[in-house]
Design a protein around this ligand. Structure first.
Ligand SMILES: [Zn+2]
Length: 255
């Protein structure tokens, strides 16, 4: 189903496109709805489509080990896109794309995106900048996993997810969170209780509520803030649109 080429899509990356760039792909975007736990692409599969999560939908990129365990390597929400973004031609997916929070997404044939990018320097620039932000997330996560304690990793994860879905309530089960952080469920439950005792979160069945975002930010490691700042600098229309909206005011002031 083609989307309205003028209206907002609920994906910040698509909504940051210029009218010309949007016109190149709008008629090829296909609306799909995914449920939690669904697989969008398997590791090793040829990536035929790129997928843009919209509104609150979130995709997790997970690595499955030989003994069947999974660990999250990155999450992609309404600020991004999954699937061979920088690749030319079809390539196998390195990780599995799994729906973490179900909802609407837009799909586009990877070849259509390549074709559009070959016609537009500004579209190429946007995709390259997004890739830089995505790689920053991966690099910081690697450092975080190696250096920071589980409590802080957990809080980083909550902040990242809250950025993607808005609101204070994160619809996430203990099983999934444990799998995403690569720890045993019973161990995770102890950690969550500790964070709850500190007044940072409230834990309920199937959801975790962030009670005090500034306190959670202060208690978390620097990883979330570091990635956020980098992304705001590299891709302002997506990560700091309010700054762009304010710009004409300061320009007027400057004369
Ligand atoms: Zn960290």
């Amino acid at each position: 189903m083609p989307i309205d080429s003028a209206g907002p899509t609920g994906n910040l990356l698509l909504d940051a496109l210029s009218d010309l760039d949007r016109a190149l792909i709008a008629s090829h975007l296909e609306a799909v709805t995914y449920a939690r736990g669904q697989t969008v692409f398997e590791a090793g599969e040829q990536v035929a489509h790129v997928t843009f999560p919209c509104h609150n939908a979130v995709l997790a990129l997970v690595v499955t080990t030989r003994d069947g365990r999974i660990a999250e390597t990155a999450t992609i929400g309404h600020d991004g896109v999954a699937g061979g973004i920088v690749a030319q031609g079809r390539v196998p997916a390195f990780v599995k794309g799994m729906v973490q929070i179900g909802g609407p997404m837009l799909r586009l044939e990877a070849e259509r995106l390549e074709e559009a990018a070959s016609q537009s320097a500004s579209l190429r620039d946007l995709l390259t900048r997004y890739t830089d932000c995505f790689v920053a997330q991966l690099l910081q996560t690697a450092a975080c996993n190696a250096l920071h304690p589980i409590e802080q990793r957990c809080l980083r994860w909550f902040l990242t997810l809250q950025d993607r879905i808005g609101g204070d309530t994160l619809p996430i089960t203990h099983e999934l969170l444990a799998a995403m952080l690569g720890v045993q469920r019973t161990y995770l439950t102890r950690i969550l209780r500790l964070l709850q005792d500190q007044g940072l979160i409230r834990v309920a069945r199937g959801r975790i509520t962030i009670l005090d975002r500034p306190a959670v930010s202060a208690a978390a490691c620097e990883c979330h803030a570091r990635v956020r700042l980098h992304c705001e600098a590299v891709l302002e229309p997506v990560y700091a649109p309010e700054r762009r909206d304010r710009e004409p005011v300061s320009r007027t002031r400057a004369g």
